[in-house]
Design a protein around this ligand. Sequence first.
Ligand code: HEC
Length: 114
Amino acid sequence: MDLNGFPADPRLGRVAAPVVTTGKSHLPKPQLFQTICFACHTVGGVGGNVGPPLDTIGTKMNEDDLKAWISDPQKIKPGTAMPQIPMTAEQLDEMVAYLISLSAEYPPPCAAQI
Ligand code: HEC
């Protein structure tokens, strides 16, 4: 059967494996996240795509990095498109704890077989 060169070489099945996002956390989603951060970021595939998905951010940034970044992105990376979002120290703590807890679920058990 002539499939007119399909599938293409090189096979991209492994490269194109779906990114696994769980968006799960044992903590409730902070209200501030739901109303503001979601406009630009996804968790569990839901949200905006101005900034990167945050499902696995805890594997990349620790609590201190996250606090410093969220409280003043321009100070860490002048000219970044992420604005400084006013919040109380409690809201910042809640936000960082939530973001770190997301990564605790990653990778999900099935990811090893992909
Ligand atoms: C107006 C859009 C916008 C909003 C609102 C926003 N961000 Fe961002 N965020 C960005 C962009 C764009 C980046 C990438 C910044 C860069 O690398 O210059 C980013 C980066 C980040 C990063 C680092 C990601 C990485 O992989 O390096 C974290 C963490 C983050 N944002 C958290 C938040 C949180 C928490 C909120 C809500 C309080 C929020 N952001 C609100 C646009 C936004």
